[in-house]
Design a binder for this molecule. Structure first.
Ligand code: THU
Length: 131
């Protein structure tokens, strides 16, 4: 099983591929699914600023595009620009979608290099659900 450190290292590698020419704020994410597969993503910006795609949603889209159907167990998120790069509100709702009822771990690193773990149910209580 991949370690939290390895997941964060994947997120760091992904952040180096960010297309962030407008904000200069690089983000990388790496999600571990119950299947054991991992998928990474970086943020991708656009000259029409509001069209920016977050790293987390890119990673989860990458999973779907590769046929992943299991739930997200953990997702590591990293930005060299900030300590504890929490997922935005939209990405929290996306994580909740693919957590499929599981209390997914959100793995972040602070600026001293320490790993902190949060849980999606704490970051997004009372999330929207159909039916
Ligand atoms: N960003 C992410 O990739 N993930 C988040 O959870 C929040 C923000 C990106 C979007 C944009 O490219 C840049 O960070 C600045 O907002």
């Amino acid at each position: 099983m991949i370690t939290n450190e390895e997941l964060l290292n994947n997120a760091k590698d992904a952040s180096q591929k960010a297309y962030s020419k407008y904000s200069d704020f690089q983000v990388g994410a790496c999600a571990l699914y119950e299947s054991g597969h991992v998928y990474s993503g970086c943020n991708v910006e656009n000259s029409s600023y509001g069209l920016a795609l977050c790293a987390e949603r890119n990673a989860m889209s990458n999973a779907i595009a590769n046929g992943e159907t299991s739930k997200i167990i953990k997702i590591a998120i990293f930005s060299p620009k900030t300590s504890l790069c929490f997922p935005c509100g939209a990405c929290r709702q996306w994580i909740q979608e693919f957590a499929k009822g599981y209390n997914t771990e959100i793995i972040l690193e602070d600026n001293s290099g320490e790993i902190k773990i949060f849980y999606i149910n704490d970051l997004l209580p009372h999330s929207f659900e159909l039916i």
